[in-house]
Design a protein around this ligand. Sequence first.
Ligand code: NAX
Length: 328
Amino acid sequence: MTTPVNVTVTGAAGQIGYALLFRIASGQMLGATTPVRLSLLEIPQGVKAAEGVALELEDGAFPLLAGIDIYDDAKAAFEGANVALLVGARPRTAGMERGDLLAANGGIFKPQGEAINAGAAADIRVLVVGNPANTNALIAASHAPDVPTERFTAMTRLDHNRAVSQVARKTGAEVATIARVTIWGNHSATQYPDLSHATVGGDAALAVIADQAWVEDDFIPTVAKRGAAIIAARGASSAASAANAAIDHVHSWVHGTPEGDWTSAGIVSDGSYGVPAGLISSFPVTSDGGAWSIVQGLSVDDFSRGRIDASVAELEEERTAVRELGLI
Ligand code: NAX
């Protein structure tokens, strides 16, 4: 057996963790020939439930699962990690102000960034799922000065997948024929799902759809507010679809994106498309199997410009807020 890849998952006893871990163990994230060793990080109150999940993982008899360790200490959980999925976060509760939410998450993502810096493997790749994902990724990255910021990413793949699926529904085309959809900005209701460069069966998606009112009044709000629709219908937030998107994100990062297509991910801005450098914003991205690259040279019309700027302004506000809180 080749050396297992060390995968650390935080919030392992939560609902996304429950949907995610079995798929990692089965090889769907890193590939059918790559053994994995799982490190599960929980808060002390979550450890017992994580132990239960570990029992079930054992019961899967996954040939690729080389071991499971459970921790309530970040330093130990990230020791030697090659891939880290930061799922556990502090949710917004009734009456909580944004500053309180950011401060509570700073208390999670600052020490986790420090622990990654201290002990993760040299090739560490981090995906932040826990919300506010972009800014949590920024906090973690800023406390890991020895890890290239490009290794810290935030998940907008669920938004991307939702957008692709909505186009498939609208056009009747198969999902696999839809390409070049983009999510810009923040993983929040201000995100901009963009079809300007998307294609359906190789044709311009906007021409195939031929219904700008649908794009603006139906498609964009449906994608941006899908999380709320799931909560309203299911009585709980997206879990299996979020886990699926995390699997997709890491799979694309590690195995590369298909020729001629791209995906969406929150990665550190280099100033492309007028997004201030240093923000972790969603972009159209490709991967060569090693690193993400922002797709360059796309035209941005006035409508798109306004939407991108609005979401990026929210990211800047969050960055200012966490700066003022001393979290970055
Ligand atoms: P749950 O509340 O079911 O699980 C979260 C788990 O994290 C709990 O078991 C908790 O004990 C644990 N936890 C809390 N603080 C921790 C810490 N410091 N270290 C380790 N574990 C810790 O939430 P779940 O539904 O799994 O969602 C997890 C996060 O994903 C939330 O922040 C949620 O908002 C976010 N999401 C992000 C999405 C995205 O597209 N980026 C979509 C889905 C989801 O809403």
